[in-house]
Design a binder for this molecule. Structure first.
Ligand SMILES: C[S@@+](CC[C@H](N)C(=O)[O-])C[C@H]1O[C@@H](n2cnc3c(N)ncnc32)[C@H](O)[C@@H]1O
Length: 350
C-alpha cells in the first residue's frame, strides 16, 4: 500500500503566479502526478468545497492528502496499539485511515468525512486495498457517538476550539491528537483525557485546513474608519505576523482574530487585525520613511486590538520567547484555556 493508491486522478497545483490552484490530471501528466504522490508534501485534492465557482480554477484548498512527514508525526503522537478503537475526523483520501487500520489490525477504525463525494472516493480506495475501515458521512465536530468510547481520536482538519464531544467520546486515559490553529499560526496538540476533561502539550508547528464550521469569521475592517482612534508610534510590530513562535503565542492571547495584510509597494504596508464578534479592527501603517517613527496605529470598535497585540507580544518576549512546545491546552465542559509550561500558568486570553 502507498499514497498513490488513495490519491484521485485529478489533483490541484499552484499556477505560475502562485495565486490560483489549477487541476493536474493523471492522464495528462502521469509522471508529475506520480512524483507528487511519492513526495513529502501535502497534495490538494479538492478546492472551494468542490463548487467549481472560479471557472475551473481554485482559490481555497478544502481537502488534501496531508504531508506524509506530518502524518507520521501525528501517528507517532497518537500511539495506536493493536486492539484499540480509533476515530478519525476528516477522512480525505482515506490514506491516513488505512495507516491507522494497519496499527490496530484486531481493533476498529472509524473515519468521518463531511463531504459525501470525498467519503465515497475514500471508501472505494479502502475497499480496493482491503482495509477494514468504516467511513461515515457527517460533521466530525460532533464525533461519532455510535462507536464510542474511543481509545484514540485523531483530527486531520484543524480547530480553534476543541469540540467537547471529542472529550466525552474518549475513554479516560485515552488520547486525542489534532492540529490546533489560530489566525497567527498552528501547532499539533496531543490531549490526554481524564473524566470529562482533557489536557496536554502542543508540539511541532503545523498548518492544516480548518474543520468546516470553524473557518475564519468574515473580517470587519473598514467598518467604521471615520470613527476609529488613530495614534502614532515608533514601534513597527510585525513579528507576530512573520515569526511562527511569536504568532502562535499571540494567537493564544487573541482568539477569534483574523489577520490580513495589504502590500502597497515600498514600506507603506498595513497590517490588519480583526475580531468579528466584537466588531473591532486595528491596523498598523508604516510611516513614509518606513523606519523609525510616524507609523500609524488605527483602532476601531469596543476593543483596542493593537494594544492587546502589543501586550501579548511583550508578555511573550518577557517569558523568554517560548516556542509552541512549551504551551499547552486544557479542555473542560466550561471551555478551553491555554497555558505556558503547566496548566496553572494560564494565558489571560483577551
Ligand atoms: C487535510 S484533509 C484530511 C486528510 C486525510 N486524513 C487523508 O489521509 O487524506 C481534511 C478533511 O477534513 C474534512 N472535513 C472538514 N471539516 C469536517 C467536518 N466538520 N467533519 C468531517 N470532515 C471534515 C475535509 O472535507 C477534508 O477532506
Amino acid at each position: 500500500m502507498n499514497r498513490e493508491d488513495f490519491i484521485p486522478d485529478e489533483i490541484w497545483v499552484r499556477d505560475e503566479d502562485g495565486f490560483f490552484l489549477v487541476p493536474l490530471r493523471r492522464q495528462d501528466d502521469p509522471q508529475r502526478w506520480s512524483e507528487l504522490c511519492r513526495g513529502d508534501d501535502g497534495i490538494t485534492t479538492q478546492v472551494d468545497d468542490g463548487t467549481g465557482r472560479y471557472d475551473g480554477r481554485g482559490v481555497i484548498p478544502t481537502s488534501s492528502s496531508s504531508a506524509p512527514w506530518v502524518m507520521a508525526r501525528m501517528l507517532d503522537l497518537l500511539d495506536v496499539r493493536d486492539g484499540m478503537n480509533v476515530l478519525e475526523i476528516g477522512t480525505g483520501t482515506g490514506y491516513n485511515a488505512a495507516l491507522l487500520a494497519e496499527r490496530t489490525p484486531t481493533g476498529q477504525v472509524t473515519t468521518i468525512e463531511i463531504d459525501p463525494g470525498i467519503a465515497g472516493h475514500a471508501r472505494a480506495a479502502l475497499a480496493r486495498i482491503g482495509r477494514p475501515v468504516t467511513v461515515v458521512v457527517g460533521d466530525g465536530a460532533a464525533g461519532f457517538p455510535d462507536r464510542a468510547p474511543y481509545d484514540r481520536i485523531i483530527a486531520t482538519a484543524s480547530v480553534v476550539t476543541v469540540p467537547y464531544p471529542w472529550i466525552t467520546q474518549t475513554r479516560p486515559g485515552g488520547r486525542i491528537v489534532l492540529p490546533f490553529t489560530s489566525e497567527f499560526g498552528g501547532a499539533l496538540l496531543s490531549l490526554t483525557v481524564a473524566d470529562g476533561t482533557a489536557s496536554g502539550h502542543f508540539h511541532d508547528d503545523a498548518g492544516f485546513m480548518r474543520l468546516r464550521g470553524q473557518r475564519a469569521d468574515r473580517p470587519v475592517w473598514w467598518l467604521g474608519e471615520d470613527d476609529a482612534d488613530v495614534r502614532t508610534t515608533c514601534r513597527y510590530l510585525d513579528e507576530p505576523f512573520a515569526d511562527a513562535a511569536a504568532g502562535f503565542a499571540v494567537g493564544l492571547w487573541l482568539p477569534g482574530c483574523t489577520t490580513g495584510q495589504i502590500e502597497e509597494g515600498g514600506p507603506a504596508r498595513t497590517l490588519l487585525l480583526s475580531h468579528a464578534a466584537s466588531h473591532s479592527w486595528a491596523s498598523l501603517t508604516a510611516g513614509s520613511d518606513g523606519q523609525s517613527d510616524g507609523h500609524e496605529v488605527t483602532q476601531y470598535g469596543p476593543r483596542r486590538l493593537w494594544d492587546e497585540l502589543e501586550m501579548a507580544y511583550d508578555w511573550w518576549v518577557n517569558a523568554g520567547r517560548p516556542s509552541c512546545a512549551r504551551f499547552g491546552l486544557t479542555v473542560t465542559p466550561d471551555g478551553q484555556t491555554s497555558w505556558l509550561d503547566y496548566p496553572e500558568r494560564v494565558i489571560p486570553a483577551s
